[in-house]
Write a protein that binds this ligand. Structure first.
Ligand code: SF4
Length: 729
């Protein structure tokens, strides 16, 4: 389907029949994908100057030479007719969507003047940056040079942050952006609300297929019978919000029946006795009342996990901000894996090999010292475990903008993120925007957020620009990959590095950018690492020496199992009981909190992913749009009958706060519980500039007005909203 669409698209959209003689012929240009954050290395084909296809790079351990459907359709972004073409400045009121086209010089001069005014009146920390993806690097550099460290990423507190903190508090390390889950070697894989296959993290899906092919026992816990559930030997249609009860009951069974890895726990565990005592009450019979999962099923699945341990992987998930107790739920998953002895072991969790050493660019100028607290946590004790360098809370910066506390935030720059689709309660985000002196939105398409901007900066797509190097390791294989321009940007779009650098120059901070072009910057880094620039640009990837990935243990000579594991800093062990949590007033062993009861006549609002779209940013890509132009609302067949609805009827959803969605097509199915509805995230666009996507489907984001904040690290649990059906016109 994508191939046919691509050729149609190229016929319709290609600007040239006049072929520049210099561009004649077929060229293969390596790069890495940016349709999601997985960073698969790819090779694009350009025929007579026209981009025709993109495929996986065979040498890449991240893609294994294969791209997912979004990656393959990624070239549509270059041809997207809804793209921003020129810098824009607002001429009407905020949010009126009235603009004038300006030059880059006018746009950046205006932004720099406003930023310098904000600095003079309120201090540099009153500017904040919200950023997603590798392309934000130079905006971060410019903002730090300007003097602010208020830099947030919704990918932390609205996504995987609680997972990382939960695992750090338990086993001493993060799961990481490329999950260190040994799916392909697992004999039992447990997915809790994780819908691999619809959630298309390339290598994980490949490994999942491999595990299924190898006969792995799949256990899926989900109120919705997902694609992954269709591969499962045990499907547990859990009542939403009760996952912690199930995990506690599983641990109860493992402890009570002495099925846990006693040697592993004795050797590496801390505080097991206290943990064991806490598990006593969580019987399968107790959990049945919470979760709706039969006690026999709980016992049977726990025994299955024990039978294949340590090659049993209870997957930690990725988007884990559900109920506000998400750090503790992630910690419980880490503990369950620890009971099974799977942390550090084959078929459980490995450690990626060491990365290749690629020095940072040797900047000589230091950032100004900030003698202020970040604005996202006004009080010293707020969210005490959100203390890392990359974990500023987006909603915290929004609150500071609304309240002026601990100090005013007067300007936002956003890069690669539509805050109106990823932060909970869009009403609050809009109120915060109204208080700003400056909102700059850098994006590819005119998103809902861009509609509220003072200045909109059109970025070139990943197919038209250089970006930072991708330096990492996947499993045993370290790598460096490069992103480089395949084709020219069609209009007056610019790459992020150029924008970040030019803005710094306008701000009088040009000394922070001693390099002039991105090639110069990248070459400096590559050569200082002793790597071959020519090889990197022609092959797209340089591989390093493979390293071990499993834990070193006495009596195991396997060369792959030579990693010296470091556990929690405070005990050098796996913390079954956490003193660190206890000291800060939190439960040292996870406990269960029941979800809010479902109001009569309402449904739990569930949302998730589709294999052909990423977040809310790909709906206008013509190739991906053709594969999935709108989302549907999944509705249980018995419920649909009650409402007199059939598939392809349209309804609206109304949430507990009276917010009503756009109309959305009904999908009648037995694959969902009667008390839930489900939608794919990212649809229901209300920005009129997104012509292809405007009004298509419904937006879960607008319905998520309620959220529960995780007191441990500030994550926003967003699966706590209820909706009713509006069946009239
Ligand atoms: Fe691109 Fe798909 Fe890889 Fe993401 S997983 S980087 S969209 S190919």
């Amino acid at each position: 389907m994508a191939a046919t669409s691509a050729s149609t698209l190229l016929t319709q959209c290609s600007k040239k029949p006049d072929i520049d003689p210099a561009k004649k012929g077929t060229k293969l240009i390596p790069t890495y994908c940016d349709v999601c954050f997985w960073k698969c290395a790819a090779v694009a084909t350009v025929v007579d100057g026209v981009l025709t296809k993109i495929e996986g790079n065979d040498n890449d351990p991240i893609s294994n030479g294969r791209l997912c459907p979004r990656g393959t359709g990624g070239i549509g972004a270059h041809f997207d007719k809804d793209r921003l073409t020129h810098p824009l400045m607002r001429v009407g009121g905020k949010g009126e969507d009235k603009w004038k086209k300006v030059t880059w010089d006018e746009a950046l001069t205006f932004i720099a003047k406003k930023m310098n005014q904000i600095k003079e009146v309120h201090g540099p920390e009153s500017m904040a940056l919200f950023s997603h993806g590798v392309g934000g690097s130079f905006f971060k550099h410019t903002l730090k040079a300007y003097g602010s460290h208020n830099i947030a990423a919704p990918s932390y507190a609205q996504c995987r942050g609680p997972r990382e903190i939960g695992f750090v508090l338990t086993v001493g390390d993060e799961i990481g952006a490329h999950e260190r889950t040994d799916i392909k070697n697992a004999k039992t894989v447990v997915l809790i609300g994780s819908h691999l296959g619809e959630n298309m993290h390339n290598t994980q899906v490949q490994e999942f297929a491999h595990a299924i092919g190898n006969g792995a026992h799949i256990i899926v816990v989900d109120p919705r019978y997902s694609v992954a559930a269709s591969k499962a030997k045990d499907y547990l249609p859990i009542k939403p919000g009760t996952d912690m009860a199930l995990i506690l009951a599983w641990m109860h069974v493992l402890v009570k029946e002495e099925l846990y890895d006693k040697e592993y726990v004795a050797k590496y565990g801390f505080g097991f006795e206290a943990f064991e005592a806490e598990m006593e009450e969580y019987t399968p019979e107790w959990a049945f009342i919470q979760t709706g999962i039969e006690p026999d099923v709980i016992r049977k699945t726990a025994r299955q996990m024990a039978m294949t341990a340590p090659a049993t992987l209870v997957h930690p998930g990725r988007h884990v901000t559900w109920n506000g107790d998400d750090t503790q739920r992630s910690r419980a998953i880490a503990l369950l894996n620890s009971l099974l002895g799977s942390w550090g072991r084959k078929g459980g969790f490995y450690t990626h090999a060491d990365k290749m050493s690629v020095p940072k660019y040797p900047y000589s100028k230091k950032y100004p010292e900030g003698n202020y607290r970040k604005a996202d946590r006004p009080n010293e004790n707020d969210f005490p475990f959100a203390n890392g360098a990359h974990d500023t809370l987006s909603t915290g910066l929004r609150d500071a903008t609304l309240t002026g506390k601990p100090y005013p935030i007067k300007g936002w720059i956003t890069y690669g993120t539509n805050l109106l689709s990823c932060l909970p309660d869009t009403r609050m985000t809009i109120e915060a925007i109204k208080k700003l002196d400056l909102l700059v939105v850098c994006d590819i398409v005119p998103s809902e957020l861009a509609g509220w901007a003072d200045v909109v900066l059109p970025e070139s797509t990943y197919l038209e620009r250089h970006d930072e190097l991708s330096v990492g390791a996947f499993r045993e294989q370290p790598y460096v990959t490069i992103r480089q321009p395949i084709v020219d940007a069609p209009d007056d779009q610019k790459p992020n590095w150029w924008i970040g650098r030019e803005l710094a120059i306008k701000l009088g901070l040009g000394d922070y950018y001693p390099w002039k072009t991105m090639e110069e910057y990248l070459q400096t880094r590559v050569k200082s690492a002793g790597l071959d620039w020519e090889k990197l640009t022609t092959e797209g990837i340089i591989l390093g020496e493979k390293g071990p990935i499993y834990m070193k243990e006495e009596g195991n000579d396997d060369p792959e199992a030579q990693v010296e594991m470091l556990f929690c800093e405070d005990t050098d062990k796996i913390n079954f009981y956490s003193n660190a949590l206890k000291e800060k007033g939190f439960d040292p062993v996870p406990k269960y909190t029941a979800p809010d009861p479902l109001p009569a006549g309402s449904f739990h609002l569930l949302f998730g992913r589709a294999p052909v779209h990423t977040f809310a940013k790909t709906q206008t890509n013509p190739l991906l749009h053709e594969m999935m132009p709108e989302n549907e609302v999944w509705l249980n067949a018995a419920v649909a009958r009650r409402y007199g609805l059939t598939s392809n009827d349209y309804v609206k959803l109304k949430n507990q706060d009276g917010i009503v969605s756009f109309k959305v097509k009904v999908k009648v199915t037995n694959r969902i519980r009667k008390d839930c509805v489900f939608m794919v995230h990212g649809f229901g666009h209300s920005a009129r500039g997104l012509k292809k996507a405007f009004g298509k489907g419904a937006s879960d984001a607008t319905l998520v007005t309620k959220y529960k904040t995780d007191p441990i690290m500030g994550g926003t649990g967003m699966n706590v909203n209820f909706v009713t059906l509006e069946t009239g016109e």
